[in-house]
Design a protein around this ligand. Structure first.
Ligand code: ATP
Ligand code: MG
Length: 800
């Protein structure tokens, strides 16, 4: 018997096939990197469509980035043709924006709501912190923003947080007030921040089951990629979507101090039955977003939450050569509390990993550029090469060399285009038109370009708006009533007129459809008539020329948008721009080398990968050192980087690095030490650099391990006792290979029964202490399960 989807199974291994054809309620695919999780998800969608078990409109697939969504859609279309139109394949955020656009009016927002990115939220919080003089309590805008975001990811709001906070603590009280202020300001501005997009959708579904039912009826198949990185709010959203259609009486629900009663309960006719089928795929070794509230338990407890779920394990890796996989396995096996799984490949060992230590980050970058060039000459396309780093600021040295060497490159994600001030200004003009309630946008542009409107006038406008019960935008239209001088009145009236004209163009009141070019034309009008462009043009600041180009680039983006979305409005345009998240880029990277952070690299693959800055304090990053589970998460991040490589992997570092305005001596990352020595071909090892006394020149064929005085002045700190370290590591060739430890617990008194905390492994109880002096060993039973022997003198442990 042949099935209509038979050809979709060609080339798949038996576990992969099983995952494609399984037709139960809940399916969990857990597997290591490169084992075909995303491929299986794609084929599964194709199979559902091809067999006519599902209409495209019944499918909701969630990916981690817009880029991944685009690729998945393309692949499904290749497999089943145009019938794939109508599917929702998107990120959590994009899916929620679509839902909220339709439903926002249910709960006090309008369809034209603005999306605040993290810079916008920061600006708002900064103002609120200032108003409440909260810095006196040690509440910086960054800290407040971080805490609010974390709470929102746990679906807490100001009230629910206040109920369990210590309100006797004045700092806590102020924080709760700020949280409440912030939420009210967002609501007043008809805006959602990034976390709200998810959290408010969950709130909407819970408060209005009937609304939720619309989506439950629609999406019969929900599929989630990179499931290990979902946080509590995203998890709740999946839960809401896959519930059976409502059959119970909804409880009244409290939010922001209001009681919400569900206005209209379902008739009960369609109630009950099964919820949507749910497929999730993930790899707990690649969980790298705990700092954003991602909860690895979502994957480990899937079977409990979805009883009867089928679990499929994929084992074979189809991406990388065995040498790369062996390095990845060796590194990740140092993480405690994980299911042991070993990636293997049928493709043979492949090339050795290449190691290189530069004297400085420039030397390191130079090496990368030369290797890129060499690879290119052997026929590897630029688009098949990627350079990763831990922090965005590391890209600059690479960029400088790439520009000089004429290597075409592309920075993926990060603080580029859309975070530039002039782009934010231009977008704020559009927001002021699209969503007049958005006071922040108006405050941003009111004096850009300079119109002589200062804080005093801005406050006069705000006061007037408040007294009259009108919006800030409407207050602008009453310049003469504001009690400001005639010059100021004229400046305000002029801005008001420009905004009004742009509104007529982009959002005609007559109800007629704006022409496709309205956004681009409106933006041009705003930039010209506001004087913004002229101000840049006339400036003597050389950077303003580049800024002008950026504004023009944005107008070009708007024209491109019009071509792709002939009916798209300014509101759609702003949503699209806001969702070009920090992991995405507008253009594709064909024909150029991709530069990106390790976080952005998730899910991608390249023939050749360079991981740069493989140093202590970078990877693992120093901010992780004091966080519970921090070093383990950094190891997973490094593992993600290593497993992106198909054929060639380069690990590079620099002995000195200029950072934060200082030059510091860098130490090789502990992760290098975890890689078996025979896998790495060191073109220049840390020992070589030191033995030459730090000369700037680079000897390409320097022989590794040629003596020297050790690694430098600073000492390495690592989290595993030497007893646990692999016998032979990639750093074996370095002189003084066992690094001295920064930590010395030699004096720590420990006995059976004591409790300790380990930086990586968490808390545990001492079972016994053996040995003497510097060789005392604690036998610790960790709460997470498992017994470890730790050399007390050096283990990163504290007594609790
Ligand atoms: P990650 O964890 O990094 O997201 P993944 O598990 O999603 O990885 P995929 O990206 O789906 O893995 O697959 C990795 C590579 O292996 C892709 O190039 C894919 O085309 C290829 N691949 C997957 N399954 C097979 C197969 N059965 N035969 C040949 N190639 C395969
Ligand atoms: Mg994948």
């Amino acid at each position: 018997e042949t099935r209509p989807d038979d050809d979709l199974l060609v080339g798949l291994n038996s576990q992969q096939r099983e995952a494609v054809v399984y037709r139960g309620q809940a399916l969990l695919i857990v597997a290591g990197a490169g084992s075909g999780k995303t491929s299986v998800l794609t084929r599964r969608i194709a199979s559902l469509l091809r067999s006519r078990e599902a209409w495209p409109s019944e499918i909701l697939a969630i990916t981690f980035t817009n880029k991944a969504a685009g690729e998945m859609r393309e692949r499904v279309e290749q497999l089943v043709g145009n019938s794939a139109k109508g599917m929702w394949i998107s990120t959590f955020h994009s899916a929620c924006v679509r839902i909220l656009r339709r439903e926002a009016e249910q709960f006090g927002f309008t369809k034209s709501f603005t999306i605040y990115d993290s810079g916008d939220s920061r600006a708002l919080i900064k103002r609120l912190v200032k108003e409440r003089e909260a810095d006196a309590f040690g509440l910086t805008p960054a800290a407040v923003q971080g805490r609010i975001s974390k709470l929102k990811n746990e679906l807490a709001d100001a009230e629910s947080y206040a109920r369990q906070a210590n309100m006797n603590d004045p700092a806590e009280r102020v924080f709760v007030e700020l949280f409440g202020d912030y939420q009210r300001e967002l609501q007043r501005a008809n805006a959602f921040d990034f976390d709200d997009l998810i959290g408010q959708t969950v709130f909407l579904f819970r408060a209005f089951p009937r609304v939720a039912d619309v989506y439950r009826r629609r999406f019969r198949h929900v599929l989630v990629d990179e499931y290990q990185d979902t946080n509590a709010a995203q998890y709740a959203l999946i839960h809401e979507l896959t519930r059976p259609i409502s059959d119970s009486v909804a409880e009244p629900f409290e939010s922001n101090g209001m009681m919400i009663f569900e206005p209209d309960r379902p008739s009960g006719r369609d109630a009950g039955g099964e919820g949507a089928s749910l497929t999730v795929v993930g790899d707990s070794d690649q969980s790298i977003y705990a700092f954003r509230g991602a909860d690895i338990r979502n994957i480990t407890e899937f079977e409990r939450d979805f009883p009867g779920a089928k679990v499929v394990l994929l084992e074979q890796n189809y991406r990388s050569t065995q040498n790369i996989l062996s390095a990845a396995n060796a590194v990740i096996s140092n993480n405690f509390d994980r299911k042991d799984k070993r990636l293997w490949s049928a493709d043979g060992p492949g090339e050795k990993i290449v190691g290189y230590t530069g004297y400085s980050q420039h030397d390191e970058a130079q090496f990368v550029a030369e290797e890129v060039d060499a690879l290119r000459r052997t026929g590897v396309d630029y688009s098949q090469m990627a350079v990763f780093y831990r922090t965005n600021s590391q890209s600059r040295a690479l960029e400088e060399i790439f520009i000089r060497a004429a290597v075409p490159y592309k920075i993926m994600g990060g603080t580029r285009f859309y975070e530039r001030a002039e782009i934010k200004d231009a977008l704020a003009y559009l927001v002021a038109v699209a969503n007049p309630a958005d006071e922040m946008a108006l405050r941003r542009i009111i004096n850009r370009p300079r119109r002589g409107i200062g804080d005093v006038t801005v406050e006069a406008i705000a006061r007037y708006a408040q007294n009259e019960g009108i919006t800030f935008r409407d207050a602008l239209a009453n310049a003469s009533a504001l009690g400001v001088g005639p010059k100021m009145q004229a400046a305000i009236a002029q801005l008001d007129q420009v905004l009004a004209d742009a509104t007529d163009l982009m959002l005609p009141a007559s109800g007629e459809l704006a022409p496709p070019t309205a956004v681009a034309d409106g933006l041009t009008l705003l930039m010209d008539r506001s004087g913004y462009r002229d101000a840049l043009r006339m400036s003597r600041d050389a950077q303003d020329e580049a800024r002008l180009e950026n504004v023009d680039e944005l107008i070009a983006v708007a024209r491109e948008f019009a071509r792709n979305n002939p009916e798209g409005t300014v509101i759609d345009f702003l949503a699209e721009v806001a969702l070009v998240s920090d992991t995405d880029d507008l253009e594709d990277a064909s024909g150029s080398v991709s530069l990106m952070t390790l976080h952005t690299a998730k899910g991608l693959e390249y023939d050749a990968v360079f991981i740069t800055g493989v140093e202590e304090d970078l990877i693992p990053h120093r901010i992780s050192a004091n966080e519970p589970g921090g070093p383990a998460e950094e190891r997973r991040l490094f593992y993600v980087g290593v497993t992106r490589a198909r054929k060639r992997l380069y690990l590079t570092l620099a002995m000195t690095r200029a950072q934060f305005g200082e030059i510091s001596v860098a130490m090789p990352s502990r992760f290098l030490q975890e890689i078996p020595g025979e896998l790495v071909d060191w073109r220049q090892s840390p020992g070589d650099v030191n033995s030459r006394g730090g000369t700037q020149s680079r000897a390409l064929n320097a022989r590794p391990g040629s003596g020297g005085s050790g690694w430098g002045r600073r000492q390495i700190r690592h989290d595993d006792p030497p007893a646990l370290a692999p016998k032979s590591t990639s750093l074996d060739r370095f002189p003084n290979r066992i690094p001295a430890k920064l930590r010395d617990n030699g004096d720590m008194v420990l006995e059976a029964g004591d409790r300790i905390r380990h930086d990586d492994f968490g808390e545990g109880r001492v079972d016994a202490v053996t040995g003497e002096g510097a060789k005392r060993v604690a036998h610790v039973r960790f709460d997470s399960g498992g017994l470890k022997k730790l050399l007390i003198k050096v283990a990163p442990i504290t007594k609790i």
